[in-house]
Design a protein around this ligand. Sequence first.
Ligand SMILES: [Cu+2]
Length: 342
Amino acid sequence: MSFAFRPARRAAFSVFSRVLSGGLTAAAALALPGTAFAAQPEPWQMGFQKAATPMMEQVDEFHDLLLILITLISLFVLALLVMTVVKFRESKNPTPSKTTHNLLLEVVWTVVPVLILVVIAVPSFRLLYYTDKAPEPTAAEKAAGKTVMTVKAVGHQWYWSYEYSTAEGGKLRFESRIACRGTIDPENRKECEEANKSFQAKHKRDVIRLLDVDNEMVLPVDATVRVYVTAADVIHAWTIPASGAKVDAVPGQTNETWVRFTRPGWYFGQCSEICGQDHAFMPIGLRVVTAEEYKAWLAAAWKKATEDSDGFSVVREPQKTARTGTPVKGTPARIAAASAQR
Ligand SMILES: [Cu+2]
């Protein structure tokens, strides 16, 4: 999808976006030495984070269209106001007109705003439908073996958990909690420092306070990923600004969005629904890697899951127990424990 204003927009915004993206890249390089790209909020940031998915590129374009429209409308209204104040001031216009109706004027000021709304509504609805469902792979992509990957994100008070479908006969589940953000308690401080040191050793960079997590979500670059979002307790919202995806995580309901990251790097978001006292401390950390790196990560994560370690576990399909017939969900250990109790 491309809007008709695109060439004009390019001219008007190229300088602005170049300054912005230049600033972002420089700041990202400072924050994350050795990392290609990181999407996170920056001090004095003026615009959106740099788009990393086709969806966010379209959000940017729609935003720019609206910016042009509201600027033109504001300038027009300002011009009318100035004209009225100057031309119809008391000294210049001592006997005001008593006109109350003007058919042509009334038709114009009704029809023109309607047309403006239509101009906004068409790309708006197109974008809404585009963000709603992951596009099915084209014939060429299917021939190349490309499919739509599915990941489930579950909001909890106050962390996220992710479930990946695997070919191993079970789902990979892991918990993603905020990396230690500092503490004044001397006992916990030691633990915190150690956790952050092992983070540094693993990722070759410092922890970004309030945005980094212990177990980040990992996705392959250029893969279409359908993200199912739900919650286990109260309403949360899963979002990564650079991807354009933002969807409510509602208990008992599964919402859907999708992402396709066009370049590797780190991407960060935060729960965007006021969900309780630690709402600010359940960030979303995502690392986008090459297909090979993803395979290696998945194999290592699956190994950890089968060992039930480090917050990683395997979710089997619900199994029915012989006595009660009630399905039991959870890790192999939990299913075995529940079966033993019955
Ligand atoms: Cu939340």
